[in-house]
Write a protein that binds this ligand. Structure first.
Ligand SMILES: [Zn+2]
Length: 458
């Protein structure tokens, strides 16, 4: 069987990989602060004979690790950033380790270790069978702020690859050709003139008025943008009290759409709305561009390869204890009942244990794997690593990522990446066809980094 040696090697070395995942989980670090996660991942890769570069492309917590020689060059994309407010013990009740602290509510603590495991397995089988090829593991920071891979891409990352794989922990074994939205993120800082709100309001120019009018304008703009667009905002700063005309107000916007062109078009119109609001209120506005990314672009050839691999490999066998743990979590996961009622989940099933057909549902969240997907053919796939009802970015996911449920999902993801990569190494048609599909989808376009050069890496 193809991949037998790789799978055996992953099994033999799984303790070191699980230990790495546990350490990252126990020390959650948010975007661009993944100093420990990056260091520990680098250490294990070095120990396994990979040549490691940290601070890759000028991003301090990014890493690139290489083994092998010649073509094909295959990338494995691993993340390790945590989310604010997602601190949680490994338990079935909401119980933060640190109140308000960060935690792995998206399970990224499993992602870099999964790539390390896949790479270790690939190295073993390629060495034993004398297969040519280069394996490149990336430690990708700050996915949650959707700019980690964007800054890496701006610094020239991923260009040398033939194809890339990205595995993400999820509640189901989910392979989708659907698109996740591209994004622009910007803060609009309004500056006015303060005065006594009762005594001499006529001398004041309210920055808050400007920000509110901008939001009104944006809410009217919604009707006149393509259906594939989303606009959302939050106030991040307002100076003052009711009796003081606020001279400072900031509002943070995300513009998302299922195509980069629509993001840029709507974003440029939003800037006009902000300028209009400033003009109406005789205030000033400064636009702070925070970053952006493309919409995702799955590669069907690679997705089919992964789907075939999933159907051939054994699925994780959940123990009684794991099912009970998931059942307790499902009881307090709002999604679970909805899935039951919709017939998506079979009654009594707590953890996904089947392979599903490839779906094609678009979603309006974003994922910066999109950048790599616009540079080389890349597949992003998900496998069950948490209770079925868990929502994205929830304490239930944090709990599962620290539990054996998450560890099993992680090793399953590693097995799939290793065997799928071996298929691509042994059958050049896969990479050839993946590239054909990629070139057709790009239709002559070249990747242009959404973040301009003058914006420094955070
Ligand atoms: Zn995630």
């Amino acid at each position: 069987m193809l991949g037998k040696m790789a799978l055996q090697e992953i099994e033999e070395k799984k303790d070191a990989v699980i230990e790495l995942a546990k350490k990252i989980w126990e020390n959650p670090e948010i975007g661009y602060q993944e100093v420990k996660a990056c260091k520990w991942t680098a250490e294990l890769l070095e120990k396994e004979g990979f040549e490691v570069e940290t601070g890759y492309t000028g991003v301090p917590t990014a890493l690139r690790a290489v083994w092998g020689s010649g073509k094909p060059v295959i990338g494995l994309l691993g993340e390790y950033d945590a989310l604010a407010n997602m601190s949680q013990t490994v338990s079935t009740e909401k119980e933060p380790i640190v109140e308000g602290g960060p935690g792995h509510g998206c399970g990224h603590s499993l992602m870099a270790p999964s790539c390390v495991a896949a790479a270790i397995g690939l190295k073993k089988e390629m060495t034993e069978r004398n297969l040519k090829g280069t394996i490149v593991v990336y430690g990708c920071p700050a996915e949650e702020v959707l700019t980690g891979k964007v800054f890496m891409a701006r610094g020239g990352a991923f260009q040398d690859l033939d194809i890339a794989f990205s595995w993400h922990p999820m509640t189901t074994n989910d392979l989708s050709m659907g698109t996740a939205a591209g994004l622009n993120s910007a803060k609009f800082h309004f500056k006015g003139v303060t005065s006594h709100a009762g005594g001499d309001p006529y001398n004041g120019r309210s920055a808050l008025d400007a920000a509110e009018l901008m939001n009104v304008g944006a809410n009217f703009l919604r009707e006149h943008v393509p259906d594939i667009t989303r606009i959302h905002y939050a106030f991040t700063e307002v100076h003052g009290a009711p009796n003081v005309v606020p001279d400072r107000a900031s509002v943070w916007y995300f513009v998302r759409a299922l195509s980069r062109e629509s993001v840029v078009e709507t974003y440029n119109r939003l800037i006009k709305v902000a300028k209009g609001a400033a003009m109406m209120t005789e205030t000033e506005v400064e636009v702070e561009f925070m970053g952006g990314c493309y919409e995702t672009m799955q590669n069907k050839v690679l997705l089919d390869t992964v789907q075939e691999t999933i159907s051939e490999l054994p699925l994780p066998q959940w123990t009684e204890e794991e099912i009970k743990f998931a059942e307790a979590l499902n009881k307090c996961s709002a999604n679970y009942e909805k899935l039951l009622n919709a017939g998506v989940v079979e009654k009594g099933v707590q953890l996904d244990n089947s392979v599903h057909p490839v779906t094609c549902v678009n979603m309006f969240g974003s994922n910066d794997v999109s950048e790599v997907q616009h540079i080389v053919p890349t597949v992003n796939f998900m496998t069950a690593s948490a209770n079925l009802g868990a929502a994205y970015h929830s304490w239930q996911i944090t709990a599962c990522a620290g539990h054996s449920i998450g560890m099993k999902g992680m090793l399953h993801g590693a097995n799939i990446m290793a065997v799928s990569a071996l298929k691509a190494i042994e059958n050049p048609k896969i990479i050839e066809n993946a590239k054909k599909e990629f070139n057709k989808a790009m239709n002559g376009r070249k990747y242009e980094c959404p973040i301009p050069d003058e914006i420094p890496v955070p």
